[in-house]
Design a binder for this molecule. Structure first.
Ligand code: SAM
Length: 218
């Protein structure tokens, strides 16, 4: 178990915090939590404001392959894969790697990258439809915080079940009260979030032995 920043080479996105704060209405939160067209490709107030492939995950895919020592023929699963950008890039940087994804959004899967058609499963992170130890690595980025705490524990257990000791989970967090305040003015979908200590307690409760990192607004 280790804290490791596998997204260090992801470009930082510009965020208009004030605009999002003003848009943080119960209606917008409900729309974003449907993970439909509005969330991915609608206005920034309810989600990404356009979720398009631009190759930014390639360096992250390289770092994941290196970190998990993945090789052709190995199997990797991205839980909360959205349109499959990372799944595609994992296979680009490591030809022969068997990469798959799972997401709750039918919209995202229906608008996935052509290279990953047939590799993405519709489902929920707290009930992964795969056998025990069936992957060499399981990755889940910015997804597990979308559950209430008890369900987040189940989702972390699922990552561990599929790839014991070979998970990577990144979730929303904050290291200071100021960062927490900033996060609260931005958050739309996350139902459970905490300081790193709180998350590590949750990971331990779930019996998780993989790695992790935090998404922190600054
Ligand atoms: C912030 S996006 C992250 C997408 C991608 N991992 C990335 O980092 O660009 C959160 C993703 O989690 C998915 N999601 C939300 N709840 C989920 C659940 N219960 N099971 C699986 N995926 C879920 C959403 O549809 C969305 O694609």
């Amino acid at each position: 178990m280790a804290e490791v920043n596998l997204l260090a080479r992801l470009p930082k996105t510009k965020r208009n915090i004030q605009k999002r704060y003003e848009a943080q209405t119960p209606e917008n939160i409900a729309i974003s939590r449907q993970y439909g067209e509005a969330y991915f490709d609608g206005p920034r107030e309810v989600g990404y404001g356009g979720y398009r492939y631009d190759g930014r995950w390639i360096p992250i895919a390289e770092d994941m392959v290196r970190h998990f020592k993945l090789k052709p023929g190995d199997r990797v699963l991205d839980v909360g894969c959205a349109k499959g950008f990372l799944v595609k890039d994992l296979m680009t940087v490591c030809p022969g790697l068997e990469a798959f994804g799972l997401d709750i959004s039918e919209y995202a899967l229906m608008h996935c990258e052509p290279e990953v058609v047939g590799r993405l499963h519709l489902g929920s992170a707290d009930k992964l439809p795969f056998p025990d130890k069936s992957f060499n690595a399981v990755i889940s980025i910015n997804t597990i915080h979308n559950f209430e705490r008890a369900d987040a524990v189940r989702a972390v257990r699922e990552v561990e079940r599929l790839a014991p000791g070979h998970g990577f989970i990144q979730v929303d967090s904050y290291r200071t009260p100021e960062q927490r305040e900033l996060f609260l003015t931005w958050v739309l979908t996350a139902k459970f979030h905490d300081y790193p200590e709180g998350w590590i307690k949750l990971f331990t409760e779930a019996g998780y032995t993989g790695d992790w990192y935090w998404t922190i607004l600054e």
